[in-house]
Design a protein around this ligand. Structure first.
Ligand code: ADP
Ligand code: MG
Length: 452
């Protein structure tokens, strides 16, 4: 094949994909109009793209599709490369480049507070997040409508921030007159304190009361922050009354927030509160496949399954395992077998269960979590208020440490090992019958892991 033929094949690829409906007209205008054929040689096709962001998006969304179609057409395996050319004119397409620049100047710049890759396209929907994702999409289309305020809650690394920012990005790009503001609760607190110190409170107030969409991440960080809660309460009312969209994320349902003004809690609960649960195996597998699309390295599906089976804690850990596998494959440059993967990931799998955790550590976390005293947790009392946390504690210790049931029993006021076994069995049974228990147990495990 010579350069010219590659160019023809490329044009044909795009034509076919459009005809088949794989690429809509809107997608074509947004992405493909701005990509130009540069050269083709030794089964590699090089295209120009206007920015790194653009290149990453194209890779994520279309690379597999493009490569397989062009390979199909040419009959040989074709690799597509991208070259970022900012404002350059390619010799063969001078006019097109000009219209491209024109188009670009009308497009909205990426939002300075939002991550570009946190959009709905990159968010895999499963049973664990279906409701949250559907509501988020609806809000993206019609902010300030039926779901206001919208609050997403769930454990660490389950996609709350990703979903919240997807709402922001969606509105930012499609509803261009809307002003979106994203902020973590922590920054909100710091800015508020700063505004008092520097006597710029009215500037602070104005800033947040002028927006159309306010996204505040991790509002559990506002616990114990009385003054900032008060400020947020007024901001909330002002925006809500003006029918502006409010979105919050939290690591627990609002009712479980501690040291939190009731009137603010009840405002959160006024709209739609939905949770995100840990993903099941199928969803974990789908997320891995989706993430893999953004890389040019290929990882066999059985390895993705292996990771999906073993990394169950959250999606952040899932991504870390995949990245590790990809790095290894790229470094060693050979096909990864299940054995290699198992070997390489052993650390990652077990790091979810660190071995330096003491019984004392777990007991302290549990008594704090359930708001009972350390002494009661270890002691003789048999009221339901203490027996349930005690059983959870025994179960978690059994799960994440190497202590025997005898050793565990001794640390709970010298109880017998059969009591510990019975407790573990009971929690396991309860988890099977009650789907809300497992996320709680997982969350406690994560807290223990983070504190250790
Ligand atoms: P949280 O805010 O709940 O702690 P994040 O939104 O930061 O979690 O998500 C952690 C990581 O997992 C991010 O890289 C995010 O892109 C990814 N992630 C979470 N849920 C999904 C999903 N459903 N599909 C794809 N990626 C996801
Ligand atoms: Mg987050």
């Amino acid at each position: 094949m010579n350069g010219n033929e590659y160019s023809i094949f490329w044009t044909e690829t795009i034509r076919q994909l459009r005809e088949d409906g794989n690429i809509s007209e809107q997608e074509h205008d947004m992405w493909f109009k701005k990509m130009y054929f540069i050269k083709g040689e030794s089964n590699t096709l090089t295209l120009s793209v206007p920015s790194n962001f653009f290149r990453d998006q194209i890779k994520q969304r279309y690379l597999l599709l493009l490569q397989s179609r062009v390979s199909n057409i040419t009959g040989s395996h074709i690799i597509i490369n991208f070259e970022v050319r900012k404002n350059t004119k390619t010799s063969d397409n001078p006019e097109k480049i000009t219209t491209e620049n024109l188009n670009q100047s009308h497009e909205r710049k990426p939002h300075h507070q939002l991550r570009q890759d946190y959009d709905f396209n990159n968010f895999v929907i499963g049973g664990n997040n279906f409701f949250a994702a559907s509501a988020a999409q609806a809000i993206g289309l019609n902010p300030g409508g039926a779901y206001n305020p919208f609050l997403i809650y769930g454990g660490v690394g389950l996609g709350k921030t990703h979903l919240m920012q997807s709402i922001g990005n969606s509105i930012h790009y499609s509803l261009k007159d809307k002003k979106v503001e994203y902020i973590t609760a922590e920054t909100f607190i710091n800015e508020f304190i700063h505004s008092i110190k520097s006597e710029t409170q009215s500037k602070f107030k104005n800033r947040y009361r002028k927006v159309d969409v306010l996204l505040i991440d991790d509002i559990h960080d506002l616990q114990n922050k009385k003054e900032t809660q008060e400020e947020l309460f007024h901001t909330f009312n002002a925006l809500y009354d003006a029918k502006k969209q409010l979105v919050f994320t939290c690591d627990r349902p609002p009712s479980e927030l501690r040291n939190f003004a009731d009137r603010l809690k009840s405002r959160f609960e006024r709209g739609l509160n939905v949770d995100i649960q840990p993903p099941n195996f199928e969803t974990r597998h789908a997320i891995l496949r989706k993430k893999l699309e953004t890389f040019s390295t290929n990882i066999p599906d059985e390895i993705l399954e292996l990771i999906a089976k073993n990394v169950t804690t959250n999606i952040r850990d899932l991504e870390a395992s995949l990245t590790k596998m990809i790095a290894y494959a790229e470094l060693v440059g050979k096909k990864i077998t299940t054995e290699i993967a198992q070997q390489q990931l052993k650390g990652t799998f077990t790091s979810a269960i660190p071995s330096n955790i003491t019984i004392d550590r777990v007991q302290r976390t549990i008594s704090e979590y359930f708001n009972i005293t350390f002494a009661d947790l270890k002691g003789k009392k048999r009221t339901k208020r203490v027996t349930f946390p005690r059983q959870i504690a025994m179960y978690i210790i059994r799960e994440i440490t190497d202590y025997s049931t005898t050793e565990i029993g001794l640390e709970f006021g010298g109880r017998d090992h059969t009591t510990v076994m019975h407790a573990c069995q009971r929690i396991e049974d309860l988890m099977k019958g009650n789907p809300t228990l497992e996320p709680i147990v997982n969350e406690i495990k994560r807290t223990i892991k983070e504190d250790s």
